[in-house]
Write a protein that binds this ligand. Structure first.
Ligand code: GLU
Length: 236
């Protein structure tokens, strides 16, 4: 029987689901026109390890709403896309060990009277559908009004246009927005969750690919790769 690791090795190509609009994790570079970011570099490291070259990768765009299906239907070998490990998602896919830990926060306009998450009660918060941010706001602040968008560009556009009092997601993605929008916004100090990012793969009886990914992730942490990527992409 061919394992999922065998399939990747035989194909000699790694197919990875990534986000193309979650700066600085996965985004299209204005200068090169190519996809770049922290998650893209993680994918390259994995490809190099599994099949010997960081160029034998096909990137497939996924969103928080489509990425589980992309894994379960085998459209991609794995998803590396700011994806948080959660118990609900673990019913559907397997995860590697986490390679980064983010936290959920929110962004408001500079002159906003919102300072903490409890100020979001009865106000409108913009989220991306299918994210942990959406779930957490619904659970922690049940009286918050929520408006959901399918991806980050449309959510941030709506926020800029005043369609919500706040936008909530991971601090990493908010800091990416602030890299391009330097004035007029304020990030809340609180984090209402921990968001461990990991590589998602299809569930299988053999644990070969998962074991291999855990070895790779642990090595990336030990050999300084993760610290170097944090510096490269300007995130804590
Ligand atoms: N990390 C969070 C999640 O997995 C939000 C960011 C995202 O989905 O891209 O839902």
């Amino acid at each position: 029987v061919k394992t999922s690791l065998d399939k990747i090795i035989d194909r000699d190509l790694l197919i990875v689901g990534v986000s193309s609009n979650s700066k600085p994790f996965g985004f299209i570079s204005k200068s090169s026109g190519k996809i770049e970011g922290f998650d893209i570099d993680v994918a390259k490291y994995v490809a190099k390890d599994l099949i010997g070259s960081d160029r034998k990768i096909k990137f497939v765009e996924v969103t928080p709403n489509t990425r589980i299906e992309a894994v379960t239907s085998e459209k991609v070998d794995m998803v590396i896309a700011t994806m948080t490990v959660t118990p609900q998602r673990q019913y559907l896919v397997d995860f590697s060990a986490p390679y980064y830990i983010a936290g959920q926060t929110a962004l408001v306009k500079e002159d906003s009277d919102i300072n903490t998450f409890s100020d979001l009660k009865r106000r409108t918060t913009i989220v991306v559908l299918g994210t942990t941010a959406e779930q957490n706001i619904r659970r922690i602040i049940p009286t918050a009004r929520i408006v959901g968008y399918k991806d980050y560009p449309s959510a941030f556009e709506a926020f800029k246009a005043g369609k919500g009092d706040a936008i909530s997601t991971d601090d990493t993605i908010i800091s990416g927005f602030l890299m391009d929008n330097k004035i007029g916004y304020r990030i809340l100090k609180n984090r209402i969750s921990q968001e461990p990012y990991a590589i998602a793969i299809k569930q299988q009886d053999d644990q070969q690919l998962k074991t291999e990914l855990n070895i790779i992730v642990n090595r990336m942490k030990k050999d300084g790769t993760i610290s170097a990527l944090k510096r490269k992409w300007h995130i804590k």
